[in-house]
Design a protein around this ligand. Structure first.
Ligand code: NAI
Length: 306
């Protein structure tokens, strides 16, 4: 099997450097026409420049591919609409959206300015929401779409000093959990990567000896798969980096049943806490109704349900 994107059009946000650049190059090398979005700011989201996106477009074109630069911010509704419109205007369709643009404003929670919390949410969460919402009607019309969001171990598992970033990155998992249900009818599949790669955002934090292994291309391989027709899953989160690929999933313990007819008793919860938190027989749910059903099916249907 060879994954190709001939005839497909992709929009990759934040594609002027790091991971986004590698994603754009890989999609283009396999036949996609790519809109390379990047506002060309610093890691903390200051400033703007057209050169980052332009360089990637030049690189794609010089290898015989087709690409278009866009310099809008994903965090602005008009910007998100404009980059999607640019894809449709230039290439007549949009099949693939990779929500990758991101910034960092790290500080401990005690010292975190609300403005820095909001700025990070605006780019990672709202940027992904706005671009996805702009792309949605087009994908719906064609009954085809592949959307890849960019989460992070900082959100999935926590990272000191990144409350804003961790919250935004985990919010994307909540977003795909719902969009996988809403997109299914129209062939729109939505998945997430949680990357590990040495980029300008992370290089200084990674052990030096590991840097040669932490190439963005390893993450792009997962993104390209999730963006392809070969991918038939939706709602998956894939950790990817340095040749490591693994699905991450919210799990729920088997749990315990305390007597639902007697008054709620915090002492009983405390006494059962080891079993409540025991994940050894944990399971995953495909949706919230499935999860609620686990609880409610314990009770016999009564005449009032009819
Ligand atoms: P990077 O800083 O090299 O790339 C981010 C790109 O997004 C930059 O080119 C920047 O100009 C662009 N950007 C920022 N705000 C934008 C906006 N409002 N509109 C359009 N473009 C904007 O960093 P890297 O590492 O390549 O990050 C890519 C994504 O991967 C980010 O979402 C990041 O949070 C995520 N990530 C990266 C990890 C890593 O190990 N490198 C780990 C986990 C997540």
């Amino acid at each position: 099997m060879s994954i190709r994107f001939d005839g497909r059009v992709a929009l990759v946000t934040g594609a002027g450097s790091g991971l986004g650049k590698a994603h754009a190059l890989m999609l283009a090398a396999r036949g996609a026409k790519v809109v390379v979005n990047d506002l060309g700011g610093t890691v903390s989201g200051e400033g703007r420049s057209t050169s980052a996106a332009d360089q990637v477009v030049t690189q794609i074109r010089s290898s015989g591919g087709e690409a278009l630069a866009n310099y809008d911010s994903v965090a602005e509704p008009a910007g998100a609409r404009a980059m999607v419109a640019a894809a449709v205007e230039k290439f007549s369709r949009l099949d693939i959206l990779v929500n990758n643009a991101g910034i960092l404003r790290d500080k401990t929670f005690a010292k975190m300015e609300v403005a820095d919390f909001r700025a990070v949410l605006e780019v990672h969460l709202m940027g992904s929401v706005l671009c996805t919402q702009a792309a949605w009607p087009i994908m719906k019309e064609h009954n085809y779409g592949r959307i890849v969001m960019t989460s992070s171990g900082a959100g999935l598992y926590g990272n000191f000093g990144q409350s804003n970033y961790g919250a935004a990155k985990m919010a994307l998992v909540g977003l795909i959990n719902v969009l996988k249900l809403e997109g299914a009818r129209n062939g729109i599949l939505i998945n997430c990567v949680a990357p590990i790669a040495a980029t300008r955002m992370t290089e200084a934090l990674m052990p030096k000896h590991s840097l040669p292994h932490l190439k963005s291309e390893w993450v792009s391989a997962a993104v390209a798969y999730l963006a392809s027709e070969a991918c038939q899953v939706s709602g998956h989160v894939i950790s990817a980096g340095a040749g490591y690929f693994a699905r991450a999933q919210m799990m729920e313990a088997e749990g315990v049943w305390l007597d639902p007819h007697s008054p709620a008793d915090p002492d009983a919860v405390a006494a059962a806490y080891d079993r409540i938190s025991d994940l050894s027989n944990a399971t995953a749910f495909g949706s919230a109704p499935e999860y609620i059903d686990k609880v409610l099916k314990r009770f016999a249907t009564t005449a009032t349900d009819a």
